[in-house]
Design a binder for this molecule. Sequence first.
Ligand code: PMV
Length: 312
Amino acid sequence: MAHTIQKAPGKIILFGEHAVVYGQPAIAVPIPQRFATVTIEPIIRGDHPTHIIAPDIDLDQHLSDLPDNHPFVLICKLVKDHGNLHHLPAMNIQISSTLPVASGLGSGAAVSVALARALCTFLGVSHSNADISGMAYEVEKIHHGNPSGIDNTVIAFQKGILFQKQHPIQWLSLEHELDFLIVNSGEKKSTKIMVDMVAEQLQNSPERYQSIIEQIGSLTLQAKSDLESADIPELGKAMHQNHLLLQQLGVSTPTLDKLVEIAMKNGAAGAKLSGAGGGGNMLILPNTEKIYSVQNALLHAGFTNIIQVSIH
Ligand code: PMV
């Protein structure tokens, strides 16, 4: 068993968050600029047990000291079951990530995917992207309660997707590369709290909220063709419309709204919150010639955590 290293990218949702939990389509792409890395080395001498180090979350422990429902323990168990292994050999596992946690960039799913893939590779267990996605989905359930499955899917397959529960995955195919900006609002959020909040609202006022969810679904389908034909004005309009619908769902915040306003005033074609909302990151589609003016306005307003991504 040789030393193994695996990386998995972050992700960003372009359209359809929340509605996707209720069976509507959503669009997401991987962000290769930010990723989780898992390194596994065999423990050759002595009888040391498997040790996990994840400095980003201050974890430095034996695997056997972690609870059964810990995400890392669950992934180890899923890989062991998938490979029909009787036991796992002793290993040193190191986990790190350049993805901010609790900010809608898929840090949890990226770690799960990288860990599952590293373990399978290290142990010689054959695996497909769908197998890895399925394992990461089990961990998403611990984090979120009722995940749609979009995060683990886009990260495991590392391709832009239109995702809809109970439907085959549709791969995105863009005519031209598109540049987006991802801006961190500085507010941490909990996906579970936001997903639970929408569920409660849906239960209290089903007609009103079901209609918003369906409008997000139709908008997402329309936006897929705008995205594929790289129609920046139409795509921007759809993003802004999606933000307004997410506002109506109650998942935006004053800071996210302010970021959208700054972007739109300074030459963005569109802007929206991305992911669960309640904070985290937002997404901007700048008009190509205005990218620096949007960036400068954000920096000037104190939002310095900006990632530029090209989607193709
Ligand atoms: O974890 P986040 O912030 O990327 O949000 C996930 C997207 C939701 O639609 C809100 C939840 C889900 O499981 O799809």
